[in-house]
Design a protein around this ligand. Structure first.
Ligand code: AMP
Ligand code: ZN
Length: 474
């Protein structure tokens, strides 16, 4: 097995590069975690599933991956939400950390090696800010501390690939008297009067700015230089670029991270799914209707860099496509190890080796899960043909082994976790809605009323909305 064939897009160089970790087969990997002030939505699911698959593939390729993901458990949004709900901000963030694990465990996202939280990382964070001040890369102003961009101008734009001047124009929009340069960013925020949650520091009471936590956690837990740093595309600027500047200023080592990987957005009506826009769907609500396997399949059936439109129809489509694979796997498992069945008379080992090589090659090529899934379908078509003829128990076992391999990398279990009756009930409901629409079109209101009243007897009401018919169950 070659360790040099893996290549992927690096935001830092804007090219696809062959992967060469800093230290032989060890991979130090950091992925930015959520701000825990609410339940995770499907946009978060996309990011964490994407990096989970990247990690799984690295492990398969023989690397030892040390994976860190943080929790931002103190920030403006958390404090605001806690105030609105009149609860302790730390209790609030703890609750959503627990909820995060529930959601991610259900989605079969492997647990990270470390989950540092800002509130538990105050000492190292303050230590780094202090060192930056001592080295002249940061300055105190009215109890807050800012990173001074002036000494790092040559590095500005390394990740966002924008010029210093164009970024400065953007930064000027928000005037802040306390900054020497509009591009300077906050490392330590002085506590505002009445703010309950703050920590002591050499500059008085306050709390860290957002960017510094990831530098501190990455440097302390993974080392001054790491192999892979990941997150959603929206983090490239200013978050990740600020991380680069402050980390490199602190350690004196370039680059802070050798490879930067960014996932594309999950969109709703062409806009990024986000808390602030209110166009979000929570993972836990979606998992009421769709299985974790369907969610993973839906997300991975698009390559990680591109946009992905979220819709129920898209998830439905994913469920149906996935069922085709699941049905075949179920049949293969049933034939596995069955004594007495005749051999197919074909060289199954070669068929499997070829398909595995294709799948692995797609994964090696910038983690192209879409093409890798297409290969699973190709293989499944071949297996379906084989299932129509004779197949020995041992051959079925070999085939099953390849499905296990696909499953390990993509983190999609092939066992059907949705109850068949639930899926059937959903499909029948859709059929009834379609029939009702068809009879209404023909102005046959007698039949459409009959449908509505019979459903009502069953405790089901249909509501006609702009987005289509909504089904409500009592
Ligand atoms: P946040 O809690 O908003 O900082 O998000 C945590 C991670 O999820 C970041 O890496 C974001 O880029 C990512 N993320 C948030 N919303 C989306 C989305 N709609 N599509 C893809 N990734 C997202
Ligand atoms: Zn971060």
């Amino acid at each position: 097995m070659s360790l040099t064939s893996l290549r992927f897009y690096n935001t830092l160089s804007q090219t696809v590069e062959e992967f060469q970790p800093l230290e032989n087969k060890k991979v130090q990997m950091y992925v930015c975690g959520p701000t825990v002030y609410d339940y995770c939505h499907m946009g978060h699911a996309r990011s964490y599933i994407v990096f989970d698959v990247i990690r799984r593939h690295l492990i398969y390729r023989g690397y030892t991956v040390n994976y860190v993901q943080n929790f931002t458990d103190v920030d403006d949004k958390i404090l605001k939400r806690a105030k609105e709900l009149d609860v302790n901000p730390l209790e609030l963030s703890r609750k959503f950390v627990t909820a995060y694990f529930e959601d991610m465990d259900r989605l079969n996202v492997m647990r990270a090696d470390h989950y540092p939280r800002v509130t538990e990382f105050m000492e190292p964070i303050i230590g780094i800010i202090k060192a930056l001040v001592d080295k002249g890369y940061a300055y105190e102003s009215a109890g807050s501390v800012y990173f001074s961009i002036d000494r790092m101008v040559s590095e500005v734009g390394v990740l966002s690939h924008q010029t210093y001047d164009s970024l400065k124009v953007g930064a000027r929009i928000e005037v802040d008297e306390r900054k020497r340069n509009p591009m300077d960013f906050v490392l330590w925020k002085a506590a505002k009067p009445g703010e309950s949650l703050s920590w002591d520091s050499p500059w008085g009471k306050g709390r860290p700015g957002w960017h510094i936590e990831c530098s501190a956690m990455s440097v302390k837990l993974l080392g001054e230089q790491i192999d892979i740093h990941g997150g959603g595309m929206d983090l490239i600027f200013p978050h990740h670029e600020s991380e680069v500047l402050q980390s490199e200023a602190y350690t004196g080592k370039v680059p802070f991270a050798k490879y930067w990987i960014h996932n594309g957005f999950l969109l709703v009506d062409k806009e990024k799914m986000s808390k602030s826009l209110g166009n979000f769907f929570l993972i836990r609500d979606i998992l009421q209707k769709f299985s974790p396997e369907t969610v993973r399949f839906f997300i991975l059936n698009t390559n990680y860099q591109g946009p992905l439109d979220f819709s129920d129809a898209g998830l439905d489509e994913a469920r149906k496509s996935l069922a085709r694979i699941q049905n075949t796997v179920a049949e293969i498992k049933a034939r596995e190890g069955k004594p007495g069945s005749e051999s197919s008379g074909q060289d199954i080992a070669i068929l499997i080796a070829k398909s595995k090589a294709q799948f692995d090659e797609h994964m090696d090529n910038n983690f192209s899960t879409r093409e890798a899934i297409a290969e699973i379908f190709e293989f499944t078509r071949t297996v379906n043909r084989l299932l129509m003829g004779s197949l020995s128990g041992d051959e079925a076992k070999q085939i099953s082994g390849l499905y296990d391999h696909f499953s390990n990398i993509l983190g999609i279990r092939w066992e059907v976790s949705e109850k068949k009756e639930d899926v059937l009930a959903d499909e029948l409901m859709k059929l009834i809605i379609d029939i009702r629409a068809a009879v209404r079109k023909k102005k046959d209101f007698e039949t459409s009323d009959l449908i509505r009243s019979r459903l009502k007897d069953m405790g089901i009401t249909l509501e006609d909305t702009k987005e289509g018919v909504k089904v409500k169950r009592q």
